[in-house]
Write a protein that binds this ligand. Structure first.
Ligand code: TXA
Ligand code: MG
Length: 325
């Protein structure tokens, strides 16, 4: 069973030996390995049960190391990196030849970010290599935002979990690439950095956060981010299949009058979307533990981090939709 602690030197030693270590970031916990060690990379795919076509994110120390890994950087994306790194932004750029193909799943591009969490920053400063890290959850499941979430699902397969407390952002990073035809940035995954914040720096963006069998970011399959119980976006739909006492809810600020109060999880009593984002994934896990059959999670306002929250809720509910169709 994995040890949970805060020893970056122990984490460093394990990573140097090609072992996996779970690391805290400001978005979600990552399952990290030496990004230049293909055997360690292969182990990430194995532990996560992640298909090899789904590439990993490269985590680097600081913005000025970007040219070591990518061929060129459009000026607007450089501006985004300077403005938002360290932070919940991932950039997809043309990779240099020494970036392992296993990391990028054979794509000519690599996804890169500079994480903001102080423990992981301190760890990266100690290392002579960057870290590859997907979210530290089994493929298709909700991302972990606390060390105990990682321990519960992957603890048996890991030696060490670096505990940085609950993640401050709580949603995965926003992924931005470049659209060659329209010559502008393109959002490939909505996440912990809002469109409004990005557009204030980069001007209008394309958003291609599609979910299909061949999504723009290969990990963006519909039916992702799903907890172990059915999720419904609407109470009336849930009530067609279950009785009120069989349901839990996850709501922004107001409980649903029709359901027992002890089964309702409130994300932010004052209706703050950043607070709701912080708590969302823990709430999905908590709701799964309650003595209920299914979860009702109504969409939140579609602005700021609300867009990414709604994206995750729609994906969590998609499995349901297909089961009852
Ligand atoms: O916040 C985050 O981004 C967290 C923390 C740990 O950094 N990581 C994370 O990794 O969410 P993961 O592996 O769960 O999601 C990475 C996403 C996947 O959907 C993958 O398909 C996409 O990034 N991706 C990676 N490389 C790509 C590329 N070259 N082009 C397009 N999408 C890419
Ligand atoms: Mg993930």
């Amino acid at each position: 069973m994995a040890v949970i602690g805060q020893d970056i030197y122990y984490a460093k030693r394990l990573l140097e030996q090609g072992e996996l270590v779970a690391i805290p970031t400001e978005t979600v916990y990552g399952l990290a390995a030496n990004a230049l060690n293909t055997r360690a990379l292969a182990r990430i795919f194995e532990v996560k049960r992640r298909p090899r076509f789904d590439p990993l994110i490269l985590h680097i120390r600081q913005t000025d190391e970007l040219p070591l890994w990518v061929e060129h950087i459009p000026a607007t994306l450089q501006k985004l990196a300077e403005q938002f790194w360290p932070g919940p932004l991932t950039l997809v750029l043309p990779k240099r030849p020494h970036v392992p193909d296993l990391l990028t799943a054979g794509l000519p591009t690599v996804a890169i970010r500079v994480p903001a969490h102080p423990l992981t920053q301190a760890l990266l400063q100690q290392l002579t290599f960057p870290l590859a890290a997907p979210s530290a959850n089994p493929f298709g499941y909700v991302s972990p935002t606390q060390a105990t979430h990682v321990a519960k699902q992957l603890g048996e397969q890991l030696a060490y979990i670096l505990d940085g407390g609950p993640c401050q952002v709580g949603l995965e990073s926003t992924i931005v690439g470049w659209d060659d035809t329209q010559c502008c940035p393109k959002v490939l995954r909505l996440g912990g950095l809002s469109l409004e914040a990005l557009e204030a720096v980069a001007g209008p963006l394309l958003v291609q956060n599609h979910s299909s069998s061949r999504p723009a970011a290969p990990g963006m399959l519909t039916q992702h981010y799903a907890p172990g119980k059915p999720v419904f976006l609407s109470l009336s739909e849930a009530l067609q299949h279950y009785q009120a006492h069989q349901l839990a809810s996850i709501v922004l600020s107001e409980p649903l009058a029709e359901l027992p109060i002890q089964h309702q999880l409130i994300l932010s009593p004052s209706g703050q979307l950043h607070e709701a984002a912080q708590r969302l994934f823990a709430a999905l896990r908590q709701a799964e533990q309650l003595d209920v059959q299914a979860i009702v999670a109504p969409l939140v306002p579609e602005l700021g981090l609300g867009r990414a929250i709604n994206d995750r809720l729609r994906r969590a509910a998609a499995r349901q939709a297909s089961r009852f169709d």
